[in-house]
Design a protein around this ligand. Structure first.
Ligand code: DGL
Length: 263
């Protein structure tokens, strides 16, 4: 039965765990299969065609696991590949993009800061969303160079990370930014550091809970909710070193049912 099939989730690495965490909170009975493409991480500096090819491989893998819906828990892969994936595969996709709309609605100063990867900022999706929702707002964009790598190395709470984050965020605050959008799923791991730097001067927008709501709505409306009364099973496939990945799982309070290294 399709409703008992797992939800597929993927990212270039551990970033999508921030989305996975919210999905588990909203939908604890769902089985999930998470694919971390750590071998090809980071995506943000890669060419669009490459990210499309990585995403296609992962989608094929997840389809073999009989997933009922795929969450592209990566802003960069969504920007680069989601149009292509939607054209090529019949399955329902939920993508991620920097939360420009809520930031544009909530800002009082008219200044929005967005931290994301180079690939995300270069995507058509980002250009169009910014034009649609924030044309009369002042957007400060900042490529989070080096940040994804720090998360993948388990250094999300390091002095090194704090120095880089300060360099990126302080100029935004100095420019009266009152909405700071986390436009890469890896950056959620820096939330304690970011909150320390921001000191309440800006609202920090992490789109992960909204993505989980979208997944929940789609499963409800498609009559695809798992009818089981048992907690869902979670399987993680990692194609690089799985040790950091397993070290990050407790941070999102997830016990992995299974971490499977793949070649
Ligand atoms: N976590 C991803 C994102 O949301 C990808 C980061 C990367 O691999 O560069 O953009």
């Amino acid at each position: 039965m399709l409703s008992q099939n797992p939800i597929g989730i993927f990212d270039s690495g551990a970033g999508g765990l921030s989305v996975f965490k919210e999905i588990v909170i909203s939908l604890p009975l769902e089985n999930c299969v998470y694919y971390a493409d750590t071998r090809n991480c980071p995506y943000g500096v890669k060419k669009q065609e490459e990210v499309i090819a990585f995403s296609e491989n992962i989608v094929e893998f997840l389809l073999e696991k009989n997933v009922k819906l795929i969450v592209v828990a990566c802003n960069t892969a969504t920007g680069a590949a989601i149009d292509h994936l939607r054209k090529k595969y019949k399955i329902n996709f939920v993508g991620m993009e920097p939360a420009v709309k809520p930031a544009a609605i909530n800002t009082k100063t008219g200044n929005i800061g967005i931290l994301a990867t180079q690939g995300t900022f270069q995507s058509r999706l980002f250009r169009e969303t910014s034009k649609k929702w924030a044309e009369n707002r002042n957007i400060m964009i900042q490529v989070g160079e080096g940040l994804v790598e720090l998360v993948e190395q388990g250094k999300h709470n390091s002095t090194e990370a704090e120095i880089i984050l300060r360099k990126y965020i302080i100029p935004m605050l100095a420019n009266n930014v009152d909405q700071l959008v986390l436009g890469c799923t890896h950056y959620s791991f820096f939330l304690p550091l970011i909150e320390k730097i921001v000191e309440g001067k800006a609202e920090i927008i992490d789109p992960a809970p909204a993505i989980a709501r979208r997944v929940s709505d789609l499963l409800h409306s498609g009559d695809l909710l798992n009818p089981s009364s048992k907690k869902g099973k979670h399987t993680f496939y990692v194609n690089g070193d799985p040790s950091v990945f397993s070290a990050l799982l407790p941070l999102i309070h997830a016990e992995a049912s299974e971490i499977i290294p793949i070649k």
